[in-house]
Design a protein around this ligand. Structure first.
Ligand code: NAD
Ligand code: ZN
Length: 336
């Protein structure tokens, strides 16, 4: 299955296919110097398949975890590229989740003012969401994605077989992003997730449909001037929960919790059922009081409004300006 992302000169294909790693060389131009970026939680065979298809590959294996999306590793990758004598015609391939993809993409975006970048996402979150759209970044002094660039990959290769080794909790966290985009943009996908008798078996279909929806949004608003904000459904409260959790909860788990208050009361029970089916918690014992500092800190002043996405009917959305207090009231109301 091939999903085109049409962005003029920056267009690229996303290919979703079980076992595609074995044919990596057919989809990426690897007859050159290649820096392959991965982490030590990603099974080595996936990286080996990519490296084996390159004329000259150097594999950089970072420590797994968000802490690796750092200035230090960014600098290390650039130095590695320089030491290898990589030039403008060479390329970077990320093999891993959103951490490896965001970091390697940013290194590719900036080395020699930009070299080709390919993404081979191996977590469900990266396969349904982060690998497409061209957002690359690193964290700085504890601020997530503080430094980055919009930089589109040349191609995205999704081998759904790689999900076999992914822990169940990571699968659930990835599904949260599919539920997110289905909630705002595709009632049919939401219903199919809800009624699926074999969610694991249906993942290739869920991935392809989620990405096709994301591609449509990105095509209309590549640099997040307006419409692309729809992808932030559930993320305002989600990010506050994520900060409160201090790394205990996965991003997708927080987005799941953050979506519930942002849909109409009549839709909340249904959404909770779908989240449970995906293996996600839809409730957490966290009073609004505890969340307040993370929501207000986020936007500096209490009176400021935040543009949030709200869903009344599945497959549709509205953007609304809300104050943090309004959001906290909703959070409290959805808890009871
Ligand atoms: P991650 O990259 O940290 O991967 C999660 C864990 O899964 C890691 O321990 C990794 O080693 C392991 N892993 C990866 N593939 C595996 C496999 N096939 N089998 C077994 N284990 C495997 O986390 P993530 O959830 O993929 O990505 C989170 C990152 O993505 C965050 O930094 C976030 O900011 C970023 N993100 C970016 C965008 C974007 O648009 N660029 C969107 C959403 C999230
Ligand atoms: Zn997200």
């Amino acid at each position: 299955m091939k999903i085109p992302v049409s962005l003029g000169a920056e267009s690229y294909p996303v290919i979703v296919e079980p076992g595609i790693l074995a044919r990596a060389g057919e989809y990426m131009a690897l007859d050159r110097r290649v820096l392959v970026v991965t982490d030590d939680g990603v099974p080595g065979e996936y990286t080996a398949a990519v490296a084996g298809a390159c004329r000259q590959a150097r594999v950089c294996t970072l420590r797994a975890g968000e802490r690796s999306k750092s200035m230090e590793n960014y600098g290390a990758l650039l130095r590695e590229m320089l030491a290898l004598g990589m030039g403008r015609g060479d390329c970077v391939v990320a093999v891993g989740g959103g951490m490896a993809g965001d970091l390697a993409g940013f290194a590719a975006a900036t080395y020699m003012r930009g070299v080709d970048f390919y993404n081979v996402p191996t977590t469900l979150l990266a396969q349904v969401d982060s690998s497409v759209g061209g957002k690359t970044a690193i964290d700085l002094d504890g601020v997530k994605n503080a430094v980055g660039a919009f930089y589109q990959p040349k191609a995205v290769l999704i081998d759904t077989e790689t999900l076999r080794s992914l822990p169940r909790r990571q699968i659930a966290a990835g599904l949260a992003e599919s539920v997110k985009i289905a909630m705002t943009s595709d009632a049919g996908l939401l219903a199919d997730i809800e009624s699926s008798g074999d969610l694991m078996g249906d993942l290739p279909d869920v991935i392809a449909r989620s990405l096709a929806l994301k591609a449509q949004v990105v095509e209309q608003d590549p640099t997040e001037k307006g419409l692309r904000r729809v992808l932030n459904f559930g993320h305002t409260l989600g990010h506050a929960i994520e900060s409160y959790g201090g790394g205990e909860l996965l991003h997708g788990e927080c987005v799941a919790l953050g979506m519930v208050p942002m849909c109409a009361p009549a839709l909340r029970q249904r959404l909770k059922g779908i989240l449970h089916k995906c293996g996600l918690a839809a409730e957490i014992d966290l009073p609004a009081e505890r969340l307040r500092p993370y929501l207000i800190h986020d936007k500096k002043a209490q009176a400021d409004t935040i543009t949030v996405v709200e869903v009344e009917q599945p497959g549709t959305f509205r953007m609304e300006a809300r104050t943090p207090e309004e959001l906290l009231r909703r959070w409290e109301e959805a808890r009871t």
